[in-house]
Design a protein around this ligand. Structure first.
Ligand code: LLP
Length: 423
């Protein structure tokens, strides 16, 4: 459920007409709905009622300060994977003790920053990282509360490029090797091994892989406790999928069903549970709005060329993802639909958002919206083809605000300089 809907034939974000925003900020742009963000956060936390749970929003899904601040205001913590994300979470007002620092390749500088800020938990991904962290923590006179992120060797069944819990994936410590590393960890200065973490992938559309992974974690916790470890936290990662493309008929499990599965797999362990959802919270809370540049008919196809490109929303080009595309002006019932490819202006064939979708008659200047673009949309955008990053707008009821403006050309190139040997 989201709060983007037609009112009097025009797409609105909550109470604000999309063409109204487009007239002010220009296209393309991202638009986020506060009511949807709030609803998704609440639906997820409600599904975990009865558990001692905390939700740390996976900042990588959307690094916009206003989005993070909104969620932090609702009580969310943050899951961060870089020094930059850590600083953004703090800037958004997230209390450091509600921050989990994950990531497969944290640098010494990032670990030092995390310790200096007293983040709540650091998820260690390798033996080498454990030793580095111990050295830095001991040097600072601090004790890091850590989880080892275990790799449960479970295939999430999702897209190969975002599946993280198989043995051959770069993430985590093989679950069979984890007990030994926990034993090592407790001998190291500056390290308190108090948690177990797992994250098996993203856009997961079945509960079975989650359950298989959580049961492995459960076994590990029982084994560690028998060995004298005081494991009091489980970090169960993120990954629950959302519906993207209505034509595909893929319906991911509901948060309620996910909550039930968590309860039956690890609910009796008397651990505080940490969750790191990203997409589930913010995916449906954002759209990307773009303007049709032109229509091109060839002998075999119709191309709808829009002013957003793969640099603005890379998911279709990168993962073959499908985002529903709808016209901002509601299609009158009975209008004739034509099959078309919706493509961007970037000079690559992969700059194609959808092939053979049925669309109403569109012409240059019409606006279209790409749905479910709030997660990994703006966060993964780039300036490829020297296209400035597109603005982000947040709506709340009847109000809206630009929460990231479009940079000027000068700002886009401001960090570049010619070397002294070039005139
Ligand atoms: N925790 C960890 C350790 C993660 O690596 C991720 C996502 C999450 C939580 C949040 O997962 P979510 O709840 O959003 O599924 N760019 C890709 C998705 C990459 C996900 C990376 N890790 C996409 O656009 O589909």
């Amino acid at each position: 459920m989201h709060h983007f809907s037609y009112r009097a034939g025009v797409l609105h974000a909550e109470g604000v007409a999309i063409p109204h925003i487009a007239a002010e900020v220009g296209t393309p742009f991202y638009c986020y709905s506060t009511a949807t963000l709030t609803r998704h956060y609440r639906v997820f936390t409600d599904a975990l009622k009865g558990l001692d749970a905390s939700v740390c929003f996976a900042v990588k899904a959307n690094t916009n300060l206003a989005v993070i601040r909104t969620l932090v205001g609702l009580g969310a913590g943050c899951d961060v994977v870089s020094g930059g994300e850590l600083k953004i979470a703090l800037k958004a007002g997230c209390p450091p003790e509600k921050i989990v620092f994950s990531g497969v390749g944290k640098t010494e500088a990032e670990l030092r920053l995390a310790l200096a800020c007293d983040v709540g938990q650091i998820n260690v991904e390798s033996e080498a990282e454990l030793h580095t962290l111990s050295k830095i923590a001991a040097g600072l006179g601090k004790t890091a509360r850590i989880a080892l992120r275990v790799n449960p060797d479970v295939d999430s069944g999702g897209h190969d490029k975002i599946t993280t819990g198989r043995k051959e994936d770069k993430f985590g410590i093989e679950w069979t090797l984890a007990p030994e590393l926990y034993r090592k960890a407790r001998t190291l200065p500056g390290i308190a091994p108090v948690a177990v973490a797992v994250h098996i992938g993203s856009q997961i559309t079945s509960l079975a892989p989650f359950e298989a992974a959580f049961l492995r974690v459960r076994d590990l916790v029982l084994m560690l406790r028998a060995d004298g470890f005081a494991i009091d936290h489980l970090d169960l990662g993120g990954g629950l999928g959302v519906p993207y493309d209505h034509a595909s008929n893929i319906t991911p499990p509901s948060p309620e069903a996910y909550g039930q599965m968590v309860k039956r797999s690890v609910g009796d362990l008397d651990c505080k549970l940490v969750f790191e959802p990203g997409r589930l919270i913010v995916g449906n809370a954002g759209i990307m709005v773009s303007e049709v540049v032109s229509i091109k008919d060839s002998t075999t196809r119709r191309f709808v060329i829009v002013d957003a490109g793969m640099n603005d929303l890379v998911r279709p080009a990168m993962y073959g993802a499908r985002h529903d595309i709808i016209p901002v002006k509601e299609t009158p019932s009975g209008a004739e639909l034509t099959s078309a490819d919706v493509v961007g202006p970037v000079c690559e064939t992969t700059d194609c958002f959808a092939k053979g979708v049925n669309l109403p008659p569109l012409k240059a200047g019409d606006l279209v919206a790409f749905l479910t673009a709030g997660a990994y949309g703006a966060a993964m955008s780039s300036t490829y083809n020297a296209r400035p990053l597109i603005p982000e707008v947040m709506v709340s009821g009847e109000q809206y605000a630009i929460v990231r403006r479009r940079p000027t050309f000068e700002e886009m190139v401001a960090l570049e300089a010619l070397p002294p040997w070039i005139e």
